[in-house]
Design a protein around this ligand. Structure first.
Ligand code: PEP
Ligand code: MG
Length: 589
């Protein structure tokens, strides 16, 4: 029997392979005192090491921009900012000048202090930046100690393996080769950490926040990693390995089958037309989304522009990013979600003390309406980008009609400020239904919106009072709980009554059983993470919307999500879509 560890899934996909520990340790720094007449030369040495570190970081940024994309390259901007951080510089200089210690000792003390301050802050954004600080500390120290740049140490040529470590520094992540690195498992980390964002962009499965249990992994172990559920099986059984290989073979088969129908609409067996769009976390994912047949973008998470930034992203930066995606999908909808920051994503420019309940706190539209300069910039950039194609705007985390009305007013003002008055708002405006309040008041919200997007991830945590990121209540967090299924049905009915276009963008639309349920409830438009596109498109082509409609009505009185899942899996197995009554998902390619 394999042992199981649980973390948080941070980049979907499965991987199987031997362990390789991330060797990215801070070198030992000896305590060397200096004479007063050496002070200035140590200050100079520190200045030179910083300059070299900055040079390397900008080289890494250029390489990453070239290899992955311009926004992924920007990950290294926060490291450049750290190297130039006035507190870090001032503190180091005062250790050299006042305590008469060598530059490396002074810098290391100061970096350590900064690390402790970050760890003590419960702020998710600062905790996200720990891996950046580790990178910076290692890089500046290596230069001071004459070791060269540490990212040159990334070794190639070993057998394909699963990287295991405390964090994934961006310098390592940017150079990962998906052929050699099958997956990543971290004791710390978070979905928003820069290294994790890069690994995700490279399509490498990642599990974060495994905690101290990571130490139980031994060098000779083999791991089976599930980057969606966060489950890690240590030394999987032959049956588990066989299941993994079967999933890989299915994924390959599915891809080949889909290649043949690429560009064709996704219809159910009984001829019901559906639309399958992509969820994008980063603009560069548009390329894969197109290749995998996405019919537009149902959710473009704009937060990537704000995370890790000390300053509000400029209108121009945003315009370029939005326009790029709009142009990648000519004639197709691109649904831009306004900044969903707060919760677990805090940009540095918010300067916020930690909140006791961040998911119930200052988040998304609440922040945007309280910071009109932030919101106006985004609206202007979006309206300008909409001139190049079919852009829609989606407002997250709406809980009051007032929020929607004010968003609409601000959008009207934006048109006026751009001199585009006369024909009213031309950009479709939508509400994300992800709070129980939005479900209950869809009739009141309807006059202010053109479309509805169901966000099952947040709706589940708010309806069931179960934190979506807390593994302890993971079993309670069930998007197919009867309370939610009833709400989904209600949203279909209300949207139809008010003539609102309806789609689903939560993870449930990337889960085969979830899509089967949603099809049965009447949903016809799905927005799915890029890697999930092939599987979901294939599933839709092999089921009957009519049969699923009947089935869902029959299941209306089931008492739990598990029972519903079993019934749906049975239906899919009968249709030959899933070989066993469990969700088979895309595995490592
Ligand atoms: C959701 O809540 O369902 C959703 C799609 O948004 P996010 O996961 O970005 O909060
Ligand atoms: Mg959400």
């Amino acid at each position: 029997m394999s042992r199981i560890l649980e973390g948080m899934g941070a980049s979907a996909g499965r991987a199987l392979g031997p362990v390789r520990w991330i060797d990215w340790n801070i070198p030992l720094v000896s305590h060397r005192t200096i004479n007063p007449d050496e002070v200035e030369s140590e200050v100079e040495r520190f200045g030179q090491a910083r300059a070299r570190a900055l040079e390397h970081v900008s080289r890494l940024q250029a390489e990453t921009t070239h290899r992955i994309g311009p926004f992924e390259g920007k990950v290294f901007e926060s490291q450049a900012m750290m190297i130039e951080d006035p507190d870090l510089i001032r503190g180091t200089l005062s250790y050299i000048r006042d305590n008469f210690v060598c530059a490396e000792r002074a810098f290391d003390w100061q970096a350590l202090e900064m690390r402790i301050r970050m760890q003590e802050s419960a702020h998710a954004m600062l905790v996200d930046r720990l891996a950046d600080l580790h990178d910076v500390r290692l890089r500046v120290l290596s230069h001071l100690l004459g070791h060269g740049d540490p990212s040159d140490l990334v070794t190639e040529g070993e057998e394909p393996s699963i990287l295991v470590g405390d964090e994934l520094p961006p310098s390592i992540a940017a150079r990962l080769d998906p052929e050699r690195v099958l997956g990543v498992v971290l004791s710390g980390g978070s979905r928003g950490a820069h290294g994790v964002i890069l690994a995700r962009a490279l399509g490498i499965p990642v599990v974060v926040a495994v905690g101290a249990a990571l130490e139980s992994i031994e060098d000779a172990d083999r791991l089976l990693v599930d980057g969606r559920t966060g489950e890690i099986r240590i030394n999987p059984s032959p049956q588990e390995v066989e299941g993994f290989h079967r999933a890989v073979a299915q994924a390959t088969h599915r891809r080949e089958a889909l290649q043949r129908v690429a560009g064709k609409p996704t219809k159910t067996m009984d001829g019901v037309h559906t639309v399958v769009q992509a969820n994008l976390d980063l603009p560069h994912e548009a390329v894969d989304a197109l290749r995998l047949g996405a019919e537009g973008v149902g959710l473009f998470r704009s937060e990537f522009l704000a995370i890790g930034r000390r300053e509000i992203p400029t209108e121009e930066d945003q315009f370029e990013a939005y326009q790029g995606v709009v142009e990648a999908f000519p004639g197709r909808e691109v649904t831009l979600r306004t900044f969903d920051i707060g919760g677990d994503k805090f940009p540095l420019f918010l300067h916020l003390p930690p909140e006791d309940n961040p998911y119930l706190g200052w988040r998304a539209i609440r922040i945007c309406l309280d910071m009109p300069e932030l919101f106006r910039n985004q609206l202007r950039a979006a309206v300008r980008a909409s001139e190049s194609g079919n852009l829609r705007l989606l407002i997250p985390f709406v809980s009051t009609v007032e929020e929607m009305r004010r968003s609409r007013d601000l959008l009207t003002e934006t048109y006026a400020s751009l001199g585009l008055t006369g024909s009213g708002i031309r950009i479709p405006l939508g509400v994300m239904v992800e709070t129980p309040a939005a479900v209950e008041t869809l009739d009141l919200l309807a006059p202010y919106v053109d479309f509805v997007s169901l966000g099952t991830n947040d709706l589940t945590q708010y309806v069931l009072a179960a934190d979506r990121g807390n593994a302890k209540v993971g079993k309670l967090y069930d998007p197919l709980h009867p309370a939610l299924v009833r709400m989904y049905r209600r949203v279909v009915k209300e949207s139809a009554r008010y003539g609102l276009d309806l789609s689903v963008c939560g993870e449930l639309s990337g889960d085969p059983l979830g899509v089967a349920a949603l099809l049965g409830l009447g949903y016809r438009k799905f927005s799915v993470s890029v890697r999930g596109l092939p599987e979901i498109r294939e599933l839709i082509r092999n089921v009957s919307a009519k049969e699923l409609g009947k089935l869902m009505r029959k299941l209306d009185r089931l008492e739990s999500g598990d029972e519903m899942r079993r019934a749906l899996a049975q239906y899919l197995a009968d249709r030959g879509v899933l070989p066993e009554p469990s969700p088979v998902e895309l595995s490592k390619e």
